[in-house]
Design a protein around this ligand. Sequence first.
Ligand code: ZN
Length: 113
Amino acid sequence: MKKNENKIDCKIIEKEIPQYLNNELSAGEMRMFLEHIENCPDCKEELTIRYMVSEGLDKAELNNQYNLLRGLEDKMKASYKKIRNYDIGVFFVSFLVFVTVGFVILAILFAIL
Ligand SMILES: [Zn+2]
């Protein structure tokens, strides 16, 4: 059962790999994507291969392999940063809404009193 669920996930993740490499995933999608990649060696390998192919075609040199992997690591780090910034953004918007609502309630209370 668990294995089947994983398989379905892998199919979705596999489809998202090109989108991830083209920076087309939203922060929410990227979070799910990276979470799966970190926990699924198969998909991580697939991502690594696709990344190397997509970058390698430009750079062509095999001894750049190390740099390519570093590039993928940097890309994933940048993705986590992006997700974190997104979370901070959501937090601030929630906070602003909270403060605004509180202010409106206070204003109404003062108007009544
Ligand atoms: Zn997977």
